[in-house]
Design a protein around this ligand. Structure first.
Ligand code: ASP
Length: 427
């Protein structure tokens, strides 16, 4: 019975049981048992996903680009991808800004909690602040400098350097496209074969997904169970971010899919749900990439020519959930400190949140440092971050699910515009 159950159900059951286990074990005082004997299986699952992330990005980008056969086509698809990534991110930020200005969650935040949280999270904040300061001290062009690796093996050995791997892979692929077919046909076949192998490995790892998410969620619940008071104090802020992110998942992307791809919202959500659940459990869109790619190809029927190219790039530069959250968090902090933001300042938030989401790595809490930069851009006190750090993890889980949904939607839109989506593309 369990064997024949579709993967999506197995993952859902794993998640629910994981949460139940976490709550029960906390209530019975088994926290240590869960941390020592259950949580490690979640870490193993996460490591398995991370293990394939870099080879997957490299191999899928090279074979994706090489299959495009001419450079005009490559630049056309590249431009469409970037345009859609920026556009969807801008919509997500605008939506966040509108929502937070309607709900105004910061206006009701108690003064004594403000002081308490600032004390409690001061050490953590200092740590993030010093990283942000290093970022800000660099030249304005540093993000381009950081993109160009000086050693590909060094870049490939560090999961936070995915943009550097992408950079090399793109030029590797372009080199193949520019050379005559007979010179590169062996390499092309080699990469196609590697691609197949990596997809197979992902399939094998996914068999472990239900147990992995069980363990991850059980561990998270135990870690968080002491912080219930935080959630109560930050209730309205927490709800505003959650509402924004859920509305993006349930309405924004399905509407785009309905209008431009002609796919029913239900089919879309059902197809992408396993990737959302893994994103939710791992809080890392980079680690979720193998699953996102699998779902986009197998369920949304996007041709690998498109998904191979669009998804790895999206993982590093397209973060709609993150940018929507950053907008809400910035305005919330302004409200708590009694600072009225002008329309011009909102526009600056829009722009910096866009850049910050491009710069955030797809790892748990990847955007926190970038949020400091958003806050500083409009002169908001970065100390405000201390107010929201305590409840960041669950919001991170949700925004990561939005991030992968955004990538999948753009992959489908680009595929549709190239006539590369549909039943005939199903592997
Ligand atoms: N955890 C997010 C991701 O991996 C990034 C963030 O918002 O912190 O997509």
């Amino acid at each position: 019975m369990w064997k024949r159950l579709p993967l999506i159900w197995k993952i859902l059951i794993g998640m629910v049981l994981g949460m139940v286990w976490g709550m029960v074990s906390h209530a019975l005082g088994w926290d240590d048992f869960t941390t020592n004997w259950v949580k490690p299986w979640g870490v193993i699952f996460l490591n398995l996903l991370k293990l394939v992330a870099v080879p997957l990005i490299f191999v899928s980008l090279v074979s994706g680009i090489a299959s495009l056969t001419n450079i005009t086509r490559l630049s056309r698809i590249g431009l469409k991808t970037l345009f859609l990534y920026v556009l969807t991110t801008l919509v997500a930020i605008t939506f966040g800004l509108v929502l937070v200005n309607i709900v105004k969650p910061g206006n009701t935040f108690p003064e004594e909690k403000k002081i308490e949280f600032q004390h409690k999270f001061a050490p953590k904040l200092e740590e993030k602040k010093s990283v942000a300061q290093q970022e800000q001290e660099k030249s304005p062009l540093h993000f381009i400098v950081d993109m160009v690796p000086e050693n590909i093996f060094k870049a490939a050995s560090d999961n936070s350097k995915m943009l550097q791997v992408i950079f090399f892979a793109i030029f590797f692929g372009i080199g193949m496209v520019l050379l005559p077919e007979e010179k590169v046909s062996v390499v092309k076949e080699f990469f196609d074969g590697l691609n197949e192998i990596i997809l197979k490995i992902i399939d094998i790892f996914m068999g472990f997904a239900p147990y992995g998410v069980f363990a991850l969620l059980a561990g998270l619940i135990v870690d968080f169970s002491g912080d219930v008071a935080l959630f109560k104090a930050l209730g309205l802020y927490f709800l505003t971010v959650t509402l924004g992110l859920i509305l993006l998942i349930l309405f924004f992307y399905p509407t785009l899919m309905r209008i431009f791809v002609g796919m029913s919202p239900l089919a879309f959500l059902r197809g992408i749900l396993p990737a959302q659940l893994v994103a939710f459990s791992t809080s890392s869109s980079a680690a979720t990439l193998p699953v996102t790619k699998r779902q986009v190809e197998q369920e949304l029927k996007v041709h690998p020519e498109i998904s191979n190219f669009v998804l790895p790039i999206g993982v590093t530069i397209n973060m709609d959930g993150t940018s929507c959250y950053q907008a809400i968090a910035a305005v919330f902090i302004a409200e708590v400190f009694g600072i009225d933001l002008t329309f011009g300042q909102m526009l600056i938030i829009l722009l910096t949140a866009l850049l910050a989401s491009i710069g955030s790595p797809g790892v748990p809490g990847g955007s926190i440092v970038m949020l400091i930069i958003v806050l500083s851009s409009v002169g908001l006190p970065v100390e405000g971050l201390a107010l929201i750090l305590g409840v960041d993890r669950p919001l991170d889980m949700l925004r990561t699910a939005v991030n992968v949904t955004g990538d999948s939607t753009v992959a489908s839109l680009v595929a549709k515009s190239e006539g590369l989506i549909g039943e005939e593309n199903r592997p």
